[in-house]
Design a protein around this ligand. Structure first.
Ligand code: HEC
Ligand code: HEC
Ligand code: HEC
Ligand code: HEC
Ligand code: HEC
Ligand code: HEC
Length: 497
């Protein structure tokens, strides 16, 4: 009989041996990367992905190859007929003892590392780096805007997921699909909003901004520049009646209180972007229901449009708390106000806005286009200024290029136009989706539309001749358009350019 040597182990087969060699090798590499990641000051998204997501999969595969090879070998030998029993382990046998302790030791060590690795993998998928940088191009607009927002130190997951097991599981499930859609290039450009299934704001925003924090009014300063030769300046200071509060902490009033704490407001939008809201229901704190319908829309209190009945929350006003893509006019006004763009250059406001709205295919193309537009304009129209103010013009061009890079993302087709901001009413309907004076109950109650219900203008005018009144001024339009602003909505004329 050609019986094989008796002591030959099942592990003596190619699959197990290759698995073993790979395991040792991968384990060493993993350990090395792990230490590297641990000590390095900056998180590198690719190193993180390799260390915590990709290599472990390979390591586990090679580790599995070892027993799989052995089982296969055993089956083979059984078939040939010379193995019938499982090996017997005898703890009185010193060799068996040693092997058993070694196995328990190695397994425990490995489990500990796996647990730690899994924890790091979990931490990594929750990190801003993972969300914002791993799929660089897709998330670039949101990631960039985020870094310029008041929430730059709030992790993506704190708004997008929040805490708790159910949302954790949901987010990892939809997250896996998102990773797939990025790899398969199936995502839409720009990414569609409103984000469906965004977690209710009570469970995310209110973790940090709880209702008692709000009271009184918030001051807002705006500086504007007109499109004329002098870039004429105009300032407006206003008090926003944010209000809010629970009685011991402040009066119940204003924008926040009405919307959220005691009253419930529901609405049905007639478009996908929630920009047209013909039907609104308010449930007062005493339980009485009031339905307001846009008188021009053809809907009725008992006949709302088709679609989701949505309870109004923070996101229906603050839908851009972190990804605010500024309109050219707003961004240029700001840069002129703090001096990055030189306001002494004639027609600078007009020309900077024009340069920004050009049709560019990438950030690089935009940089070139912006430079050639502005240099061309001054060379042709003001040749002496182009000569004497070379330095100022150079700095201004850089500032305009920077505005483009942080607010426009041609590869993802993203700019202010694609994402309406629901706070305010200057270039998007915002508050006026409901507060337009046309939303009425059947007995004639109107959702307030007075310029004094949401804010007071306390100072306004050109910086040299400002009028002021703490009790509120009547709005004066910076450019003489007569009474047009009373009859036409601001956003019918203002588009952001
Ligand atoms: C302060 C809360 C907050 C933080 C922090 C935050 N987001 Fe958002 N994000 C939102 C809200 C609210 C929306 C929904 C906008 C809508 O539905 O109109 C949104 C929408 C998005 C969208 C959809 C496209 C768009 O621009 O609306 C993407 C993509 C996105 N966020 C990615 C990220 C990434 C990546 C990070 C971290 C770098 C992040 N977000 C951090 C609140 C936040
Ligand atoms: C993890 C905590 C955290 C979460 C969650 C969070 N925020 Fe904030 N928020 C902050 C901090 C910190 C600031 C900056 C405060 C400051 O500048 O005084 C801020 C500022 C703001 C501001 C004022 C911005 C300004 O221009 O001054 C608004 C509005 C706001 N958050 C809305 C939201 C909304 C809406 C959500 C939910 C989508 C949200 N926040 C979620 C921490 C948070
Ligand atoms: C009806 C629309 C509306 C709703 C709903 C709303 N807000 Fe506001 N919020 C405003 C307006 C308007 C301001 C004034 C500042 C501005 O215009 O940016 C403001 C201001 C704020 C500020 C800055 C206040 C300060 O004292 O500096 C924070 C933070 C904020 N909101 C968070 C929230 C959170 C969190 C929620 C949900 C619980 C929420 N808001 C719901 C409209 C709204
Ligand atoms: C979905 C519809 C809707 C939207 C959008 C909306 N509101 Fe309202 N708002 C209402 C309703 C309904 C009332 C209660 C009716 C009333 O008092 O006029 C109300 C009441 C108010 C009040 C109290 C008015 C008063 O007379 O005391 C303020 C202030 C207010 N809203 C501010 C805002 C601001 C600021 C925005 C935009 C950031 C906004 N609302 C967006 C529906 C809306
Ligand atoms: C339903 C509440 C509401 C009503 C009514 C309202 N506003 Fe406003 N308005 C706002 C909010 C909210 C903002 C703040 C936008 C922001 O945070 O930038 C704003 C901003 C403004 C600004 C600054 C524009 C900007 O974004 O630079 C002006 C000017 C203004 N309002 C004038 C008016 C006038 C004039 C009327 C009357 C025709 C009016 N508002 C009615 C809520 C309201
Ligand atoms: C009939 C059209 C029209 C209406 C309606 C209108 N505006 Fe204007 N607005 C203009 C024009 C034209 C200018 C001058 C633009 C320029 O010189 O760049 C202007 C300029 C402004 C500016 C200064 C320029 C800037 O950087 O934005 C502000 C602020 C402004 N308007 C606010 C408002 C507000 C608030 C409302 C609504 C209450 C409103 N406008 C309604 C046409 C209009």
């Amino acid at each position: 009989m050609n019986e094989p040597p008796k002591r030959s182990s099942y592990f003596h087969n190619w699959i197990s041996v290759i698995g073993g060699i790979f395991s040792v090798f991968l384990f060493a590499v993993l350990l090395f990367l792990f230490i590297l990641d641990f000590w390095s000051k900056q998180t590198n998204p690719y190193l993180g992905a390799i260390t915590y997501l990709i290599l472990p999969v390979f390591l586990i595969t090679s580790l599995l190859m070892i027993p799989v090879g052995a089982l296969r070998e055993r089956a083979k030998r059984q078939k040939r007929g010379y193995v019938r029993r499982f090996p017997s382990i005898d703890f009185n046998n010193p060799t068996h003892q040693k092997v058993a302790f070694a196995t328990i030791g190695v397994t425990t060590l490995f489990l500990l590392f796996t647990m730690f690795g899994t924890y790091r993998a979990y931490e990594f998928t929750e990190s801003v780096t993972f969300c914002g940088r791993l799929c660089h191009q897709v998330m670039e607009p949101e990631f960039t805007a985020y870094h310029h927002s008041p929430h730059a130190r709030v992790a993506c997951v704190q708004c997008h997921i929040g805490s708790g097991a159910d949302w954790f599981v949901r987010s990892k499930l939809s997250g896996s699909y998102q990773v797939y859609s990025v790899i398969a290039k199936k995502y839409s450009k720009p990414i569609e909003t409103p984000v469906k299934n965004l977690r209710p704001a009570q469970e995310t925003c209110e973790q940090c901004h709880w209702p008692r924090q709000f009271f009184g009014a918030v001051e807002q300063d705006h500086q504007y520049f007109l499109s004329d030769e002098d870039n004429t300046a105009w300032k407006t200071r206003m008090l926003m009646f944010v209000g809010g509060g629970t009685p011991p902490y402040g009066k119940k009033e204003g924008i926040h209180w009405h919307m959220n704490i005691d009253n419930q407001v529901y609405y049905v939008a007639s478009d996908q972007k929630r920009q047209e809201i013909p039907w609104v229901k308010r449930i007062r704190s005493d339980g009485v229901e009031e339905v307001y319908v846009d008188e021009n829309s053809g809907f009725a209190p008992d006949r709302p449009p088709q679609g989701e009945l949505r309870r109004m929350d923070c996101m229906d006003c603050h839908n851009r708390p972190s990804h605010n893509f500024k309109s050219p006019s707003e961004a240029v006004n700001e840069a002129m106000a703090y001096g990055a763009i030189d306001r002494a250059l004639p027609y600078m406001k007009r020309e900077a806005v024009k340069a920004l709205v050009g049709n560019y295919s990438s950030h690089e193309a935009a940089s070139v286009g912006i430079r050639s537009h502005l240099e061309g304009f001054y060379r042709n129209t003001y040749p002496d200024i182009a000569e004497t103010k070379k330095k100022e013009l150079g700095q201004t061009i850089e500032a305009v290029q920077e505005i483009y890079k942080t607010n426009f993302f041609p590869k993802m087709k993203v700019s202010w136009k694609e994402y309406p901001d629901n706070i305010g009413h200057l270039i998007f309907p915002g508050c006026f989706r409901c507060h337009d004076g046309r939303h009425k109950t059947s007995d004639g109650k109107v959702i307030s539309n007075s310029c004094y219900s949401c804010h007071n203008i306390v100072t306004q005018g050109p910086p040299a001749a400002m009028e002021a009144d703490v009790n509120g001024l009547e709005f004066k339009h910076p450019e003489d358009i007569g009474e047009a602003w009373k009859e036409t909505a601001c956003f019918d004329c203002h588009t952001g350019t």
